[in-house]
Design a protein around this ligand. Sequence first.
Ligand code: PLP
Length: 407
Amino acid sequence: MTSNEELRLQAEHTSMRNYRPAPMVLTRGEGRHVWDVEGTRFLDLTGGIAVLSVGHAHPRLARDIAKQSARLVHTSNLFYNDRAIELSRRIVAKTGFSRVYFGNSGTEANEALMKLSRRWHWERGHQERVEFVATHRSFHGRSMGALSVTGQSKYHLGMEPLLPGVRFVEYDDIEAMRQVVGERTAAVIVEPIQAEGGVRVPENAYLVALRQLCDERGALLMFDEVQTGYGRTGRFLCREHSGVMPDACSLAKGIAGGFPLSAMAVTLKVEGGLPPGSHASTFGGNPLACAAGLAVLDIFEEEDLVERSEVQGRYLGQHLNRLVDKSDVFVDARGRGLLRGLELADGIDPAGMIAALRKRRVLLTLAGGNVLRFVPALNVTREELDEGLAAIEDILLDPPLLQGTSS
Ligand code: PLP
């Protein structure tokens, strides 16, 4: 049998060293479980970092991807394809946006938001509106554009100079926004819940006031729903909690259940913002990815996944609150739907905690450095959540493990 260690050593020779993966090689998944190459089964509460909306190897998704791969995989944007037409129609019908542009990753969808913002103003004769306002602790991606509006300096290290004219302000602070949004602002870009930044939920009133501010000052309002969209927070889009309609939003992660696909959804107001030739993607909206996207929407309806995210998320949230009350290891629990964070107290080693959970066959990831992040598949069961919670409780009884190494 090939071992995790053998394969890991192979990877050491040929993979770029830009990641720090756990020392295990995954070969198979089913539902909310994955298996490593040695046959060990793990409960996956990372959901592939909030991507596996319908779980691993969903039979409906597997079937539709297989069918489409034998029919038409790629056309380029020189032609229409039937799967992209149908997926745009369904996203529009579900979200209230008026048009959709497809890309391949969250980063690309955010690049599209940024380019749309500038070009839309430019088309109206406002060449001075080139700046962006974003928030500290935000995460919008790693390309030079998306990185430039990402408010975490550790990701900027060694990559500067980035795009000029980006201002960062505190999240959930409308007064700070009022200080900086002005005549040169093309757009304000925010996540309706900061996910990577530590699962930070703003007041609804903040987003409402932001909408008003952007309208008053002539700036566009862009929501990054890459992580929060597609049922993750117990609504199809997170924006629904506040009722605020941004001028456009980015979608990715859960959109095709793990198949690479992303979208920018735009309102009527800005739909003419990217005229032919102004932006494009060779792979974006290919029929195979869109067939996966259609299967995901079918599964959402068949399995009532938005409602399940709300219900299971509430259950998980209650139990995380209980852990905070019960143990000094945790200082706060927050989130919506199945995007939940459990903040660790100072002195608790986050990587050690993740490693200790892994020893108990439970996979979790971090957000904001010291927050355990729960982003399982939206069809996670109560029993599976209980299993994850029990593993955490178990660790609390075993203090040496809390200081455990991250290997
Ligand atoms: N925006 C948000 C809110 C994200 O959470 C992420 C990824 O974590 C991205 C953008 C970047 O997406 P991708 O890694 O698909 O490019």
